[in-house]
Design a protein around this ligand. Sequence first.
Ligand SMILES: C[S@@+](CC[C@H](N)C(=O)[O-])C[C@H]1O[C@@H](n2cnc3c(N)ncnc32)[C@H](O)[C@@H]1O
Length: 293
Amino acid sequence: MDINEILNERKKWFEWKNIKPIKEALNKFEVKNAKYQLNDIIEIKTDEKLMPKIKDLALMLKPWRKGPFKINNLFIDSEWRSYIKWNSLKPHLKLENKDVLDVGGNNGYYAFRMLEMNPKSIEVFDPSPLFNLQFEFINKFIKSNIEYKLLGVEHIPYYPKKFDVIFCMGVLYHRRDPVEMLKWLKEGLKKGGEVILDTLIIEGNEEVALSPMRYAKMKNVYFIPTLKTLYNWIKRANFSEIEFIGKRYTTTNEQRKTEWIEGESLENFLNKDETKTIEGYEPPLRCYLRLRY
Ligand SMILES: C[S@@+](CC[C@H](N)C(=O)[O-])C[C@H]1O[C@@H](n2cnc3c(N)ncnc32)[C@H](O)[C@@H]1O
C-alpha cells in the first residue's frame, strides 16, 4: 500500500460537491493576528472585522461534533462537550517530546488540547474531508504544526512513521474486525510506545460481546464487548500490558443536540430516564485503557 498515492488520490475528495465550496471559501480566508487559550472551550480572539466571514465559514462547516470553540463572541457549541473525555484522560498522559497520533481525531479538538503538553509532533488521521476542513479553519487562528491526514486506522501499518503515543478513541466499535484493528495500532508504535484506547463496553463478567444491528440509532456499531472480552481481544493483538484508566457512562450533559448540528442527538437515542438505549440495550458506557507491548 502506497500512502502517498492514497493521500494524492484523496485530495480529489475536496472536489466533492458538498465540500468544494467550503474548501474554496476557506482558501480565501486569511487570519493575521489571533490569540488563543487551550481551555475546555478552545477560545480564540481575533480581529472583530473578520467576524461576518468567520460566522459564514463556521456555519458552512456544520455539523460540529467535537469542541466547543469560541471565536470572539461566536460560540461553536458542538454536539459533544469533548473536554469531559479530555479531562478524564489528561492526568494520565505524558506527551512531552513524544510523537503522537490521534487516529479518528475528528476536527482535531483533542490534538489542539495536546499542544499544551509540548509533544514533539502531533498527527491526526481521519478520513472525513469535512472534519479536515473544520481543523483547517481552527488552525488558521492557532497556526499549529499539527498535521492532518485523510487516512484511517487501516493505513497505520503502511505509514512510514511510528509513534510514541497513539490515541484511538471512539473507533473500535465501528470496526468489523476489532482484533485486526488492535494489531494495526500496535504496528504503529515505536518500541516502548503506548495506545490510549477509548471504546464502548457493556457491564458483565462473561467473555461475550453485544453485536447489534443498531445501537443508539447507529447502524455502524459491530461489537460492544465486556471488559473481559476486550482484554482478550487486546491480548490476541499481542499487547502484553493493559492499564485500566477508567470507565464512564455518556450522558446528555456530554452529548446533546445544539444548533451546531442537524438532526438528533443522545436524548433521542436513549429512553426518557437514560437507563436504556432506544433499542433496549445498556446505555453507552466507555472505558479508557493504556496498552503497551
Ligand atoms: C465516534 S467519532 C470519535 C471522534 C473522537 N476520536 C472522539 O473520541 O471524540 C469516530 C471518528 O472516526 C472517524 N473515522 C471514520 N472512519 C475511520 C477510519 N477508517 N479510521 C479512523 N477513523 C475513522 C470519523 O470520521 C470520526 O471522526
